[in-house]
Design a protein around this ligand. Sequence first.
Ligand code: HEM
Length: 355
Amino acid sequence: METLDSAIAEHLRCPRTRHRRVEDDYAPPYPAWSARAATSVEQVVMGYFGVQSRGPQMQGRACAALMKIAAGFALADGPGHHDLAHYVDAEGFDNMIAIAYWDDPAAHARWSATPQVDAWWQADERLHEGLGYFREIVSPRVEHYETLFNTPDRFEGVGVVMGGLSAPLQEHAYWGSMRDRIPLSQTDAMSASGARRVIAGAPAPGQRVQVAGHENLAVIRSGQEWTETTGQERKLYLEEMEPVLREGMEFLRDQGLAIGCYSNRYMNHLDASGAPLQKSFGLSYWHSLADMERWAESHPTHVAIFGGFMRYVQALDFQLQLRVYHEVSVLKADEQSYEYVNCHPGTGLLNGLAA
Ligand code: HEM
């Protein structure tokens, strides 16, 4: 068997003051990989550019706005990769998001300052088009995030701009492995402190609102693609796993605040023409990594999915066509920027702030 790699890239390893949850001779029951960036990459940018609308009569306009945002990615210093996704939120609004990734915050800053991008975003018209817009920009330094893929042949999300691949990992398939994969966990408990707060505007429709995040706020994008599944495997995913996953996602959306989940979106990928793909992900913001861990290891929905996945890989003799991945960041206050334009108060990081 190939030697197991650490999820923490070699140049980010340092003398530990905190232990991993597993012994040095631990071997996971199935393989998984992390993405690797060039050692020159110090920080990445994950930008969530959203358009919010209500009702079928507004969908055309919302799609056009999303396409306009995505067209802007082709400008100089645009992102290395982006996805388009859609979901209907608890209030019944359609939310379409273009998720874009940069491996250089300076390039993102230049792109963002491009007149076509900046003037459009700042324009007063954005408040009066019958649509809501948001930008949730998180920029973790490389010590502050981890990625996990169950297949080594194709990346999603930030992995695409990172471009490289680890050997099969040691730190996965046990509770607490997500934390052990984040380089900062070698020396830091990554506890949350402070509170999110409105720094401009008010959390209400018709407003341009800025929200500041707090220290060690955590975000996860956890996705799955079932395009290539067939027969028994497809049935297993669509009929047994997906309904439980959906239940877990709805719990977080509707009751998440009480357990430290500020916002959860269970999103479906769209292709460039707006048609749904067989790929989805949960995108959620949390008060802390510890709160996220507690949900993952104790909520019956995720426990069932996790256990089901273990059985599933073994039943299929490791020949999975289902692709699963996630990316998790624990963010410093200066790695977060959230702005909402004419969005309802349950949107993203605004959720729970109006009360
Ligand atoms: C079909 C969908 C899903 C499956 C099959 C699944 C399964 C798993 C598995 C097998 C692990 C362990 C990974 C490893 O270390 O090798 C895991 C970890 C985790 N999952 Fe999921 N999951 C799914 C969706 C989600 C979603 C949508 C979220 C939240 C938005 C989520 C949150 C987490 C978290 C936070 C962990 C890390 C737990 C830890 O390491 O302490 N999962 N999941």
